[in-house]
Design a protein around this ligand. Sequence first.
Ligand code: 16G
Ligand code: MG
Length: 798
Amino acid sequence: MEVLERVEGQERSKVMWCGDFNAHNTLWVGGEGKRMDGNGQVMEHFIERKDLVCLNDGRGTRIDVATGKESALDLTLVSSTMAGICEWEVWEESAVGSDHYPIVCTVGQREEEVLVDGVGRWVFGRAKWDQLQELSEQVMARVDMRGDVDSMKNWVRTALVGAATEAIPKSSGRRRRKAVPWWTEECEAMVRIRNRAFRVLKRTHNFQHLIQYKQAQAMVKITIRQAKSHVARRIGKLSIHSTSLLASSSTTARMAQFEEVSQKSAVHPMPVGLVLQYGTAGFRTNAKQLDHVMFRMGLLATLRSKKTKATIGVMVTASHNPEEDNGVKLVDPMGEMVTPAWEGYATQLANAEQEGLLTALKDVIEREAISMAQEASVFVGKDTRPSSESLSQAVLDGVHALGGHSKDYGLVTTPQLHYMVCCQNTQGRYGEATVKGYYRKLSQAFIQLTKNVPNRTDDQKALLVDGANGIGALKVCEMETYLKNELQLSLFNDGSSGKLNHLCGADYVKVQQRAPKGVEMTAGERCCSYDGDADRIVYYYSGSAGRFHLLDGDKIATLISTYLKELLTQAGLDLQIAVVQTAYANGSSTQYLEDTMKVIVRCTKTGVKHLHHAAQEFDIGVYFEANGHGTVLFSKAAEEKIQQLAQDSNTNDERKRAALLLQNTVNLINQTVGDAISDMLLIEAVLAIRGMTVQQWDAIYTDLPNRQLKVKVADRRVIDTTDAERRTVSPAGLQEAIDSLVKKYRQARSFVRPSGTEDVVRVYAEADTQESADALAHEVSLAVYRLAGGVGEEPKPL
Ligand code: 16G
Ligand code: MG
C-alpha cells in the first residue's frame, strides 16, 4: 500500500493505473478463476481509498499456455471522475509473444452524456422588454372584468403568460448530465432518504433529526462507495450471470416469486425517514419500527441460504435492551455471526425504499451470483418480548415470499438457535437440532464431569440464578429435570411478574456493579445473572459486611483457561491455549494470565465476531468479553487429539482421567457463540472439580477499580480508533489528552470508543483506587465532550 501511495504522489484528481498487480479479487474476476488473495485485498482497499474505478470486465488478461487457463492479473484503474469516458478492451487474438494479452484502453473518445427532459427556463437576458410591455397592455385590455374572482385570475394569468411567451425566449428544457456508470437505484434511493431527512431537520432543528440526517448521509457515502467498487463486477457479471439467470426456463417462476415479494412487502411497509444500520449485534431499535426490517431479513436469510446451500438462522431479540426495543440478527451456517459483507446487504435492504426493494434484492442476487433455483432453509427463533411474536412472523413471511423453507423454533435463547443451525449443517455431528437434543447433550456432559467429584454437598450444588425476566429463565427451567439434582437452582426474575431486563440481568449487574432486584442472597452464596437472550452471564456474591463482589467475563475466562491448562498438562497434550479479550478486560486479569498463568493473551475490537475470529487461530481459544459474553473454541485437530487419548487403552490413569474430563468439557461447551446456560454449567463443573468456593475463585486476582461512562456527541463517528480500540486516531488531540490524564494516576489506563449499539461514546478508566478511576473517567469524558463535539450538558464529576 505504501509503495502504491508513493508512486501516485500527491493527491491528484485524474489518475490512471495500468499494470500486472498479481492480485486476485472477486471484484475483477468472475467464473471459475474467482478467488481472493492478500494482494487482492490490498488493491481493493487502495481502490476504495483513492476513489478509483476498476475498468476490467472480468475477462482473463493472461493465459497459462501450458494449461490454457486464463487469469485477470492486469488491472486498469482510473479515477472515478474519468470512468464514464473510458473504454477497455482485451485483444484476445494474440498475446504478441508474451503470455499477457494486449489491453487497449481509450480515454475521452466517448463523451457519454445523458439528456434529461425538464421544463425550460426563461432566458431573461434575451427578453424583449418593450414588446412584452406592449403585448401585456393589449391582452390586459381584453380581459373580461365582469366575471367572478377565480375566472378573472385565470384570464389575467393566461394573458400575461401568453405575452411573456412571445417576448421572452426559453431554454429547451433538455439538460446534459455526465454519465456516472456506477450510479445505481440504491444511490438514488439513499440520496432521496437523505434529502428527506434534511428537510425534516430544517423544519425542526432538533438533535434527533440531526442524528438521523447524519446517519442518512453516512448511508449515502457507503452506498456510493459500494456502487463504485462494484461497477467492474457489475459490468463483467451482467453478461455472464444475467444471461444464465434470465435465460433459464424458471424465469417465469422467478418473476412470479418477485411478484409475491412485491405484494407481501406492501404489508410490511417502511416508516418514512427511518434509517437503520446492521450494527455489532444486528438491527436494534424500538420494536414499532422493525416490521419491515424483519420481513426483509427473512428475504435476505433466504438468499444467504441459497448462496451457502445451507441452513441460515434468524434470531429476533434485542438482548439486554429495554423490553420496548427489539432486534434481529442473522446466523451463518456453522452457527457463527453472519459474514461482514452480508451485514452491508442487510443495511441496504433494510433502508431500500418500498419501490426500490426488488432492485436492491436483485442487486444482491446479481453480485453474489445466486442461483434462484437453489432450495433455501431458514431457522427462526425469538425471545420473550411481547413484540417478538409478530416480528418473527414477519421474518417467516419474508422467507416464504422468496419460496424458502422455514422452521420456527419459537421461544429459544440466542445461543440455542446458533446451536440448532450448526447441528443442522453438520448433519447432526454437532448434536441433534432440537431443544431437547441441546438439553440432553449439555446435561449428560455436566453429569459425566461432576459424577466423580467426592463429597459434593448440597451447598456446593446450590446456585442462585437471575433470569433477567427473559428467555433464559424459561429455558433453564425446562432443563432442570435433565440435570437430575446435580445442580440445585433457585430461580429469580423468572418473567412471571417483573419486566425484562428491568433492574436485573447480566448487563445491569455488570454496569451498576450491584445485585439485581429480587434476588435474595445470603453472604457467600453463589449467584449468577443472564442477559435478556441468555448469551451472557456474570457471577457475584455478597461478602463480609454485605460487600458486593462481581466475577465478570475476565474472571470466568481466567477460571476456565486455568482449568483447561491444568488438564492439558495432566493429559500430556501439547496444545496451544490462548485467551482472547477486549480493551475492557481488567488490567489485573491480563497481567495474571500473561505473567502468572503464562498463557497467550490477544486483544480484539469489541463485538463477539472479532473475538470468535481471533480465538479460531489457536488449538484452544478461550474468549470472553468483560460483560460476560464468551465461550471456548477447540480446533478440529485439538478435538481429535483429545478424543484419541480418551479412547487409548494404553495410557496411564492420570492422563486418561484428564482426557475424559477434556472430552466432556468439549461436549458441555456451545462453541457456536457465548451461551449463559452452557457457561454456567461449565463454571459449576470447574468449581466442583477443583473444589473451589466462589471466594477462592474471586481471590485468583484482584480487579483494578474501574468505571464506565458514556458521553453524547453530535456524531460519534468522529471518533476513530486503532490498536483494538485502545487508542484514538481522531479527533486530533484526543489521544494526547487521554495520555496526559492517565499519567496523573497510578496503575491507570483509559480508552474511548464509539458504541456500536447506542448513540454514545463509551469511556473506560481503571486505576489503583475507585476514586482515581472515577476521576479519570470523568476527566476523559470531559476531553471527549470538548474535542469530539459533545452535546447537552457537560459531564459532571461522579
Ligand atoms: C453487542 C455485542 C457485544 C458487545 C456489545 C458492545 C454481539 C452478539 N454482541 O451486544 O459483544 O460487547 O455489543 O456494545 O456481538 P457497544 O458497542 O454499545 O459498547
Ligand atoms: Mg445478549
